[in-house]
Design a protein around this ligand. Structure first.
Ligand code: FAD
Length: 140
């Protein structure tokens, strides 16, 4: 049973590049053991993350992530059973924000500002898939 979970949250303080990389490293260290894959985007104090994998693994990791003191206001934007993964290639890919141009954001939202609290989960997922297809995902 595979599921895909998409959530957004607000960082409790402006993340430095080192802090962001520490979260990505922790994710890439932990996720393969439980078969989790996904993407993480951090922009203007907001995290957006998609997690894919077995239902138990996704639920357990999400619970740990929600308890993380580095962010707050965590909201689930989408949670669905899936037949296949969209982001199988990434234990945790990082969205390259240089590829996140205003026109692409505008395609899926009301304004050029990426605001997951004002977007549907479906639109955000479509945006992430487009970023994948344009090679905008970074993974060290
Ligand atoms: P530890 O790293 O020892 O963490 C112990 C506790 O301290 C945890 O509650 C942790 O949340 C907290 N913590 C750790 N470092 C800091 C810090 N610098 N400042 C404040 N609190 C801290 N982990 C994954 O494995 N996979 C993911 O995909 C993933 N995505 C994340 C996305 C976001 C937006 C954030 C903020 C965190 C994410 N994490 C992810 C990290 C996750 O929340 C846990 O830190 C991680 O799972 C390790 O937890 P741990 O209890 O095993 O160990």
């Amino acid at each position: 049973m595979l599921v895909r979970l998409l959530y957004a949250s607000r960082a409790t303080h402006a993340m430095t590049e080192a802090e962001l990389q520490a979260i990505l490293k922790s994710s890439r260290d932990h996720n393969p053991a439980t078969g989790l894959t996904g993407l993480l985007c951090y922009s203007d104090g907001i995290f957006i993350q998609v997690l894919e994998g077995g239902r138990d693994a996704v639920n357990a990791r999400y619970k740990a992530i929600v308890d993380d003191a580095r962010h707050r206001d965590v909201i689930i934007l989408s949670y669905e059973e899936i037949g296949e993964r969209h982001f199988a290639g990434w234990s945790m890919g990082q969205v390259n924000l240089h590829r996140l141009n205003p026109a692409l954001v505008l395609k899926y939202s009301a304004t050029t500002k990426l605001d997951p609290y004002a977007m549907s989960g479906r639109a955000l997922m479509a945006l992430f898939q487009e970023l994948v297809s344009t090679g905008a995902i970074v993974c060290s």
